[in-house]
Write a protein that binds this ligand. Sequence first.
Ligand SMILES: Nc1ncnc2c1ncn2[C@@H]1O[C@H](COP(=O)(O)OP(=O)(O)OP(=O)(O)O)[C@@H](O)[C@H]1O
Length: 267
Amino acid sequence: MSEYILEAVDVSKSFHGRRGETTQALTGVDFGVAAGEMVGLVGESGSGKTTLTRILLGIEQPTSGTVRFRGTPRDRFTAEHRRDYFNSVSAVFQNPYSSLNPRRRLWDIITERRSIERRAPKAERRARAIELLSLVSLPAEYADRFPHQLSGGQRQRVAIARGLCEDPDVIVLDEPMSALDVSVSAQIANLLLDLQEKFSIGYIFVAHDMHMVRHLCHRVAVLLKGQIVEQGAVADVLGNPRHEYTRRLVAASELRSLEPEEERVHP
Ligand SMILES: Nc1ncnc2c1ncn2[C@@H]1O[C@H](COP(=O)(O)OP(=O)(O)OP(=O)(O)O)[C@@H](O)[C@H]1O
């Protein structure tokens, strides 16, 4: 059996436009994440990163191929599998300003899944929210605040707390640091690493920033026009890229590293 908790197996996805045109967003993608590992997903805009993560999250269905969770393909899920999958796979999105509902208090946002899935009473949800706030190093009294009362980094901590609510095995991190400034993004990176060590979470880290991938990820997959052209240990793929496209990505990030220090990100 595969070592992966969550994996895409030979996944292809095409979108059909209104005028009959077809976009082949993914072709024959094999990609997975194991417990406690961080695997980077890189590629230029439009290469299929979002489509792949949406398929892994169950938001989008593949045109062909399948998603397996703990070895079971989605089309063979029982109701129990489906519940387990729904609770065990979560996501933290790029923009903490748009991903949190501005009209709801933080305890409500953080424990939303608990309300949908288990219809948990308010007292239980508030207590869980306070535990989760502490895990992301925010004070308990934040439970009753609204998102607009928080800084960008604090909001991203709240988004992470929400992602942790049902003790997930896998979290999709969709460029979670890209809207934050350098020092805040380093703190968020450290928080993610601490949580991974504590709970052995598998992270899928969608990134544009190759420095982040180099510093944080164990493995990396490189997507080009919907196909994975290279994947493996970060040191091999980024240290000794075999594909011309990976070489270009690495070279572009090295050029950026020659920019002034304050513009760079150091996790
Ligand atoms: N709902 C959709 N309908 C039609 N085409 C789509 C849809 N979603 C994605 N696509 C197309 O599929 C391809 C892959 O897009 P995707 O958003 O997955 O790329 P990406 O690597 O995540 O890009 P970015 O880094 O800009 O977010 C693109 O050509 C995109 O235009």
